[in-house]
Write a protein that binds this ligand. Structure first.
Ligand SMILES: [Zn+2]
Length: 398
């Protein structure tokens, strides 16, 4: 009996000397203040104790009031030890306001990220920003996986504060780094959400909204829902066009829509985007509808981009795409690939699907070149991401 008691005390002191700051232990110490003495030399632990004490004391009294066996049913709590959607976004055993107290002194990355998430649940975005910053700006640079979660939490905090735009960079960066499938899913933009009426802002690429070219109303019964975008096809309009005025481009797009709807019986203009010679990008068919540009089932999940102009003729009166047009096309392609997470191997010319010269001999090599560059770039990024996840896995195994 004496032996057992001795062992318990010894164990208690030993735990204390390991500076275990878990609240259960601190509560035990609150009941037995003498056991605290051995940790007196650890001011960083003590500094947080008074508030935790009173909060936990209050909690204990409440529990004692509700449950006759309060001591036995005190929930055990262990900090998350991995950074994954399963641990960070888990529906906890404890109420968020309680769990957040358990994590008040947390220093480890998984615990900090979890705390930041809980603070968001408690509608404390400013506090959550501070907590995720401890991960982002730690002395040791966070791994890709850790950073992706921290950035996501930051972007969410800005969103809750009603300042979504401030989180744009964090969201993009998180999207680039995310390895966790559930986090990737959360970072996907609302793919098939209806186009906002006041000019869609698709990330950093400016797009003229559909209503700016005064389209005919689409025949929706003749449109299919778009599936998850997974490829892009480039076209030319095959109509000589060099005018850089927005009004002229709008009229030209209207002309294409009438041709598609009236002569080909399409439900709407066939392309999702059109790019004029000055590089302006115009919204065509809404992305929530499947396009009509690559024939039949080739249109499934296929984003159609049309550059205004005829890139066939190579003689002196012929035209090629302008630099501005090519640049805008590259930006738009990259944006779509980032947004919907596919790579350079999913960029096509119309001629890849069908026996046609579209988008013309002056455009095809440009598209093929871009596809090659993007493939190389994304392959590099994939390697980096994989090595980051491999090192993270090693860390977790240790
Ligand atoms: Zn075409």
């Amino acid at each position: 009996m004496i032996n057992r008691q001795f062992r318990m005390e010894w164990q208690d002191t030993r735990n204390d000397s390991q500076a275990d700051t878990s609240p259960e232990r601190r509560l035990m110490h609150g009941v037995k203040p003498s056991a605290c003495k051995s940790s007196a030399g650890k001011p960083e632990v003590l500094a947080h104790r008074p508030t935790t004490y009173s909060a936990l004391l209050l909690l204990m009294l409440t529990l004692a009031g509700c449950l006759s066996t309060a001591r036995q049913s005190w929930p055990t709590y262990s900090e998350p030890t991995t950074v994954s959607s399963r641990s960070i976004f888990a529906k906890g055993q404890l109420a968020p306001e309680i769990e957040v107290q358990h994590l008040a002194n947390a220093r480890a990355t998984p615990a900090l990220l979890r705390r930041s998430w809980l603070e968001l649940q408690l509608q404390q975005p400013q506090t959550a920003l501070g907590t995720s910053a401890q991960v982002l700006y730690a002395a040791n640079k966070p791994s890709a996986n850790d950073e992706s979660f921290a950035r996501y939490l930051r972007a969410e905090a800005f969103r809750i504060q009603g300042d979504n735009k401030r989180g744009n960079y964090d969201r993009r960066r998180a999207r680039d780094l995310a390895l966790d499938p559930e986090l990737q899913r959360r970072l996907l933009p609302a793919v098939l959400s209806p186009t906002p009426s006041r000019g869609p802002v698709w990330g950093q690429v400016a797009i003229e909204p559909r209503n700016s070219w005064q389209p005919l109303a689409p025949n929706r019964s003749n449109l299919d829902r778009m599936q998850q975008p997974r490829r892009i096809t480039i076209h030319h309009s095959a109509m000589y066009f060099r005018d850089t005025r927005p009004r002229a481009a709008a009229a030209q797009i209207g002309k294409i829509q009438r041709e598609h709807m009236q002569n080909r019986d399409y439900g709407d203009i066939g392309y999702h985007f059109l790019i004029d010679p000055s590089g302006r990008i115009w919204e065509g068919r809404e992305l929530r509808y499947q396009g009509a540009h690559a024939s039949g089932s080739n249109n499934i999940g296929n984003i159609g981009i049309c550059l205004l102009g005829n890139f066939m003729r190579q003689q002196q009166d012929g035209q090629g795409p302008t630099n501005a047009q090519v640049q805008s096309m590259e930006q738009l392609v990259m944006q779509m690939m980032r947004q919907y997470r596919f790579g350079g191997d999913a960029l096509f010319c119309h001629s890849d699907f069908k026996n046609t010269a579209c988008p013309g001999p002056r455009m095809q090599p440009i598209v093929k070149q871009l596809a090659k560059q993007l493939q190389a770039r994304l392959a590099g990024r994939g390697r980096r991401a994989r090595s980051a996840s491999a090192s993270l896995a090693e860390e977790q195994d240790e």
